[in-house]
Structure formats: C-alpha cells, structure tokens
Design a protein around this ligand. Structure first.
Ligand code: GLV
Ligand code: GLV
Length: 324
C-alpha cells in the first residue's frame, strides 16, 4: 500500500514530524516562513492530509485545490483561520489541539500581567540604555496585584487555568461566560458577572474568548471608557477581539492604565502608534511557546491527522457531525 501523502505547512517540533513519518510520506515547507497563498494552493494538491497553522487561511479555494484530502489538522487551539462551515458542507474533517497549551498560555497571561503592572519591560529598556541614575523613590511605580480583582473574559480551559493560578495572590475573581463555571466558583469563590460589571469592577481583565463574529471587536472605545482608569488589559486570545486603533487611542488618552498583548488585529502588523506607547507590553504571539506545549501540539496534530487519513473521527474533531 502506498504511504498516504501528507503536507506540513511549516516546520513544527520534530516529534510531530517523526510520528507522521512512521506511516506517511511527509513533505514539509522547507522555508522558515508562512507559505504564500500560491504555495499553499500548489502544495496541498495531491495530498491526503494537511497539517496547517493559524497563519494559513484554509477555505473553499484550498479545498478545491486538494480534492483528495481526508482532513486538516490545525496546529493551534484557535481555528478562526479555517472555514469550518465550508469544510463541513464538503465532509472534510478538521481538528485542533486543545488542552496541551492551556497552562502555557495561562502562564503567559500571568507573565504579561506582571510585566505590564510592574513595568518590567520599560525598566529593562532603561537599564540597557545605560541611563539609570540609580535607585529612586518615584521610579517605575506600577500597579498592585495581590488582593486586586481579576476579571476573566471567557472562562474556558485557558481562562479557568489563568484564574486558578491567582490563588497565590489572593485575588477576587470575576468572570463572564454563557454558563456557570463551577470549578472557579468552588475553588475561588469566583462570581459570574455581566460583561459591563466585569469592566466596571476589574483591576485586571484577561481575555480568553475564541474569535467569533460575536467577539470580533468586543473590546472597543465604549469598553475602554467603561473600565477603571487604573485597570490593565491582557490579551492572549486573538487580536481581532480588540479594535486595535481604538485601543491605541484609549491608551494615549490614559482611559486605562495599560495593555499587555500577545496577539494583534492584523498580524504580523501592529496598528500605527501601538509600539511607541510606554503603557503597553507586546509579545509576538508566543503564549503557547514552551517546549512541552509546542511538542505536544505537534504530536496531537499528527495523531488527529492520522485518524482522519484512516477515515476515523479524530480525537479533537471540530466538525464531528460529519461522522454521524
Ligand atoms: C494559538 O494561538 C493557538 O490558538 O493555539
Ligand atoms: C481554550 O482552549 C479555552 O478554552 O480557553
């Protein structure tokens, strides 16, 4: 039997590739950059399985280019880069990588929270400039964390993990979600509140919603104005959940104290002015970038892809209805 042909749209940790190599003929994008649209459309041709990334737009045109494909495994938990409806209509299975990056992403949200509150990056910049005049009682005064109110916007796996890690800081936890999060209520005495109450009460808001039509630009001018002037925003979810132009405007006007962002509305670009502000911390979409998280994302994507190639329902199926 010929080995099924698999395409991997960009190099991922070797373990995932090795796993696929055991039973498939694997081709990997040799360049360390996202494929151009033309390259993507060309390289999916004749393949039975595609391991794709959040930087690949997977839509009708790609499905047309890969008529023999048996599945797409997204190397990410978010899957707003895929037209799930179109794939489902065509009975093409899809998968993502939930679970394995939960703690890594929650840890990054904490790293960003502390970096923005305690002005870690600004301070680092001063030290490197060689211009530190020595200790000063008014230098780099930031926000307190212990005992403050943490607002979790979206209490799924990652939002829950972020909130649970607040235990050491004795914080009041508020969250928004469609359903009650019994773990957070039981473990932390957290309270489910309306979005507007979250805005009004929180000292830190950490955003963990998926990008959906209903969450696009959820954070806009009105929202920044409704937050405490001393509050900080942390976004490790998806950039377009924020209106980035209006965020820059709010930060310039000091409507909020600061924002720490790992994701951007128009990646890899940032809107004009964002990078010039001192009250932001900006990282390059690396919240899942730990050794275990990225390795396990690769293994999980590979495992899902193999199942789909065999015609089986993958463990992390995004459109299970096609197997019914
Ligand atoms: C990263 O952003 C992911 O969705 O896994
Ligand atoms: C992502 O996995 C989430 O549930 O927040």
């Amino acid at each position: 039997m010929p080995r099924p042909k698999v395409y991997v749209t960009r190099m991922i940790p070797q373990e995932g590739i090795d796993f696929l190599n055991e039973s498939c003929s694997v081709e990997v994008n040799p360049e360390d950059r996202p494929l151009t649209r033309e390259e993507l459309l060309r390289n999916v041709q004749g393949k039975e399985g595609i391991l794709c990334l959040l930087t690949d737009r997977i839509d009708a045109e790609v499905f047309d280019a890969a008529p023999g494909v048996r599945g797409f495994a997204n190397y990410a938990v978010g899957f707003d880069n895929i037209d799930v409806k179109e794939a489902t209509k065509r009975k093409i299975p899809l998968s993502n990588t939930p679970g394995v990056l939960t703690d890594a992403t929650a840890e990054m949200a904490w790293a960003l929270l502390f970096a923005i509150a305690r002005r870690v990056i600004e301070s680092d910049r001063l030290m490197r400039s060689g211009n530190w005049p020595g200790w000063g009682p008014l230098q780099f005064i930031g926000g307190d964390v212990t005992g403050k109110t943490l607002g979790i916007c979206g209490s799924g796996r990652i939002g829950t993990a972020m909130a649970l890690k607040s235990k050491g800081f004795n914080m009041q936890v508020l969250y928004t979600d469609e359903i009650a999060n019994l773990t957070l209520e039981k473990e932390l005495g957290a309270r489910k509140v309306s979005f507007d109450e979250l805005l009004r009460q929180s000292d830190f808001i950490s955003v963990h919603v998926p990008l959906l039509p209903s969450t696009r630009h959820l954070f806009s001018r009105r929202v920044f104005a409704a937050m405490k002037k001393t509050a900080y925003l942390i976004n490790t979810s998806r950039g377009p959940v924020f209106n980035e132009v209006e965020l820059v405007e709010a930060l310039r006007k000091k409507l909020i104290a600061g924002a720490a962002l790992d994701v951007y509305e128009f990646e890899p670009k940032m809107v004009d002015g964002l990078a010039e502000l001192d009250n932001v911390v900006i990282t390059p979409h690396t919240a899942s970038a730990t050794i275990s998280s990225r390795t396990n994302m690769g293994l999980k994507a590979a495992e899902n892809l193999l199942a789909m190639i065999k015609g089986e329902r993958p463990p992390d199926c995004l459109n299970p209805q096609i197997f019914q």
